[in-house]
Design a protein around this ligand. Structure first.
Ligand code: ADP
Length: 244
């Protein structure tokens, strides 16, 4: 009797887990198609205007051409981010023993080359911090956090990056003095396609996949990403890796 009961409970749990997985998959496809459909509708609309009004003025043609190019770029970005997310999820682990310090230095240099107005300080407790990781993936996670620190700051961003070690962990912290996030929103920001302010994110070229990519990368490393923030007071995102 107890055996049957266990089997029934196990079956129910299994079916509900399968359903949850199916629902998550459906939601992802629905969100992804929405993100793709919006720029495609815009492209179609402008292409139809050109088809129906072959004699429009040069000024109008220039304006439409500009919109076609920026919309095509957005479409390209959505597809690229979706591909990255899938690649990261399915990436076979290419981990090796590497020094974290030059990776963080290189990412910081890259950020300053694309956002020369940003103020960035970098501090490491030790000159060398060995980790067992995939350098390319860590680089991607850190660049995502650094770019967000710039995107979600009013005016030139002020960013403090630090590398710390505890008994069992290595922690890379990216602290900004930007717009911050409320505790209500903080619960959702790692969900795929979630954006606190869709309009702002979209204007800055955001799609809402950056933090999902960071989370997936850290999970691949048996690590995690943490966030502390307060609305209007800036944010601190921390990549946490198990110590080698
Ligand atoms: P997006 O492409 O919109 O930047 P992300 O997944 O990287 O997507 O981030 C999700 C949301 O989390 C953003 O839309 C933004 O609202 C919020 N966010 C991320 N990083 C920061 C930050 N450093 N400061 C304030 N808000 C942030």
């Amino acid at each position: 009797m107890i055996g049957y009961l266990f089997a029934a409970v196990f079956c129910l749990l299994y079916l509900s887990a399968r359903k949850k997985l199916r629902d998550t998959g459906k939601e992802f496809v629905a969100n992804a198609s929405h993100e793709l459909r919006t720029p495609m509708t815009v492209l179609k609309g402008f292409a139809e205007i050109l088809q129906e009004h072959p004699n429009i003025s040069g000024v109008q043609l220039k304006e439409i051409a500009g919109k076609l190019v920026s919309t095509a770029h957005r479409l390209e970005k959505v597809v690229k981010s979706l591909t990255i997310l899938t690649d990261v999820e399915w990436a076979s682990k290419q981990f090796q023993s590497i020094d974290l310090v030059p990776i963080v230095e290189e990412c910081s240099r890259f950020l300053l080359s694309v956002c020369p107005d940003a103020q960035l300080s970098l501090r490491s407790e030790a000159p060398s911090v060995p980790v067992f990781a995939d350098a390319g993936l860590l680089d991607m996670a850190l660049i995502n956090l650094l770019e967000n620190a710039v995107k979600y700051s009013e005016g030139p961003a002020s960013i403090a990056v630090s590398i710390e070690q505890t008994a069992g962990e290595v922690r890379v912290q990216v602290k900004d003095a930007g717009i911050g996030i409320s505790s209500e929103e903080m619960r959702h920001i790692f969900e795929r396609f979630y954006r606190v302010d869709k309009g702002r994110s979209r204007k800055l070229g955001g799609i809402g996949l950056g933090l999902s990519i960071v989370k997936t990368i850290m999970e691949k490393h048996q690590g995690r990403v943490e966030v502390q923030s307060e609305l209007g007071q800036g944010s601190v995102f921390t990549l946490v890796l198990p110590k080698k």
